[in-house]
Design a protein around this ligand. Structure first.
Ligand code: SAM
Length: 237
């Protein structure tokens, strides 16, 4: 391993706001911070916002700077990308940021009922091939997982260059009668003027350079509804 990579790993290990749980800490059990992120990790009662597949964590750190009265946790499986966001949080002494290195499939082991107020899903792998519905981060499988820890009326933001993923997500939302707060298939030509326009992720910049329109949906998850797959009849198989 190169010197640079070793330095990054050792920095990640030394920062107490970066959590890299071992398999034995979550396999068949809840992680020690489940239900306790506000009281034991952030030590305040502020709202908690997650960024899923955060990569370099531009939303996690960018929103944390804009909203010091909220807490943010960036989640990704890849440590090298996460290091960039963690380094930014360290350099700016951000006290309202955490990073969690894990697979999103395990997320229910980490967050307790009603613990999370908002979710950002930023440029996920679209997974639009046939029989990949279960892998999409806005599929009913994942929504069922998110509803276990989202507070009532919890908000999900999806930003993607993938029009098929945008269309699929609108279908899931409509099928389940969820409330859409805002949706556009061309964000930078829309009348949306919220904070999201100020932050652009690594992947977003690459897609903008290629001239792809950026889509955005903000919707509310009704945590009393159990969501069903649209494309596959037997979800358990
Ligand atoms: C296309 S990149 C987008 C990264 C960042 N959000 C951006 O916009 O630049 C997708 C990210 O999701 C992460 N990812 C994909 N599947 C994941 C999973 N099942 N669990 C955790 N992270 C995942 C990848 O490691 C990668 O960093």
């Amino acid at each position: 391993m190169g010197k640079n990579k070793l330095r990054k790993w050792s920095e990640m290990d030394s920062w107490d706001f970066v959590i890299q749980p071992g398999f034995n800490e979550i396999f068949g059990k809840d992680f020690r911070l489940k239900g306790k992120w506000k009281s034991e990790f952030f030590r305040n009662g502020n709202p908690l916002v997650l960024e899923l597949g955060c990569g370099k964590g531009e939303y996690t750190t960018g929103l944390a700077m804009m909203y010091p009265e909220k807490n943010f946790v960036g989640i990704d499986i890849k440590g090298a990308r996460m290091w960039r966001g963690a380094r930014t949080a360290h350099d700016h002494s951000l006290k309202n940021v955490g990073f969690l290195r894990t697979r999103i499939e395990f997320i229910r082991s980490f967050f307790g009922e009603g613990e999370v107020d908002e979710l950002w899903i930023t440029f996920p792998d679209p997974q639009m091939k046939r029989r990949r519905e279960k892998k999409r981060l806005t599929s009913p499988i994942f929504l069922n997982s998110y509803r276990t820890f989202l507070a009532p009326g919890g908000i999900v933001h999806l930003k993607t260059d993938s029009k098929p993923l945008f269309d699929y997500t609108i279908k899931v939302i409509e099928h389940n009668s969820l409330k859409i707060n805002f949706a556009t298939d061309n964000l930078y030509e829309s009348d949306y003027s919220g904070e999201i326009l100020a932050i652009k992720t690594h992947y977003e910049k690459l897609f903008l350079l290629k001239g792809f329109p950026i889509t955005y949906i903000q919707f509310e998850v009704n945590n009393e509804v159990r969501f069903e797959l649209l494309e596959e009849k037997n979800p358990e198989q």
